[in-house]
Design a protein around this ligand. Structure first.
Ligand code: SF4
Ligand code: SF4
Ligand code: SF4
Length: 286
């Protein structure tokens, strides 16, 4: 189980480097970098080559939000902020927002509002909303500050061409500021953007809550050390009630790595509850 975290970090590093190279240097950087674009959900859908989209729908149903832990560059940039948190905390020991461990927060209903807003904006042709809410386009728009062709790329599949001279510079700057906020929030609140705002994350989360493989706490082995809840960047583990909100779990596998008793696992089976009083009545009737 510990290897899962190592594998996912390896994959997310490759996809992040390829994505940034493609976006900020351009398609000529390396033919292999195109894998970063081909693996993205929205560009695949817009290009009408929905292979990647179909792949991720099936993969999410089986494994959960692996897209969010390996392929999405905005997710990986947030992870970099989350990892740098512990080093910044050493420099500033009195800063409680950096030193405080994560803890469970209830799911936000606002995420559904953002998903609805995003879907409505696409249907109505108000594509600028996508610059703000959808991670690949957000990053593509930021890349437009450095590589102006990226701005045109962002809009190419919408049939609209906008150059920086047409005023898209303001859009690029707004996107850059939003990305900065996302990264700063990641320092304090982990994958805050992923579970409160990102429409792709909300849509994938709706599938993940029914995924075959899920994160589960074994109540017979758990010793209440709280390490899994403290390290969960999605703030979706509640040790007290042995609950993991799978819709928000981004499959980072941090919790598996820190558990001292192998009590939290990524598995298909659902654990039975520990005390007979908490078991379902039908188990007594059979
Ligand atoms: S929730 Fe959105 S921003 Fe976060 S990793 Fe998933 S797709 Fe990327
Ligand atoms: S429960 Fe939290 S720590 Fe564990 S894999 Fe999911 S997001 Fe990561
Ligand atoms: S890290 Fe393991 S033992 Fe500790 S609270 Fe979490 S599941 Fe229980």
């Amino acid at each position: 189980m510990n290897d899962l975290k190592t594998i996912r970090i390896f994959l997310s590093t490759i996809f992040l480097v390829a994505s940034l190279a493609w976006l900020f240097i351009g398609p000529d950087v390396n033919p292999l970098a195109i894998i970063s674009v081909k693996s993205q959900i929205i560009p695949s859908t817009l290009a009408a080559t929905i292979g990647a989209t179909a792949f991720w729908l099936v993969a999410t149903f089986v494994f959960g939000r692996l897209y969010c832990s390996t392929v999405c560059p905005v997710g990986s940039l947030q992870d970099l902020a989350i990892w740098s948190r512990r080093y910044l905390a050493r420099l500033s020991r009195k800063n409680r927002s950096l030193t405080r461990p994560y803890q469970f927060v209830p799911p936000s209903r606002g995420r559904w509002t953002f998903l609805t807003l995003y879907a409505a904006s696409l249907l109505l042709g108000v594509f600028s909303v996508a610059w703000i809410l959808e991670p690949w386009r957000l990053l593509q728009s930021v890349a437009g500050l450095e590589r102006h062709a990226a701005v045109a790329d962002t809009w190419a599949h919408s049939g609209i061409f906008i150059s920086l001279a047409d005023g898209a510079l303001i859009g690029c700057i707004i996107s850059a500021l939003i990305l900065l906020v996302v990264i700063l929030m990641a320092l304090i609140r982990g994958r805050w953007f992923c579970n409160k705002i990102c429409p792709i994350g909300t849509a994938l989360g709706a599938i993940t809550q029914y995924s075959l493989y899920h994160i589960e706490i074994n109540p017979d082995k758990c010793i209440n050390c709280m390490k899994c809840e403290d390290i969960c960047p999605a703030q979706c583990v509640k040790v007290l009630s042995r609950h993991v909100d799978d819709s928000r779990c981004i499959r980072c596998f941090n919790c598996l790595k820190v558990c001292p008793n192998d009590a939290i696992r990524y598995q298909i089976n659902h654990n039975r509850r520990r005390t007979p009083l908490m078991q379902r009545r039908k188990q007594f009737n059979t």
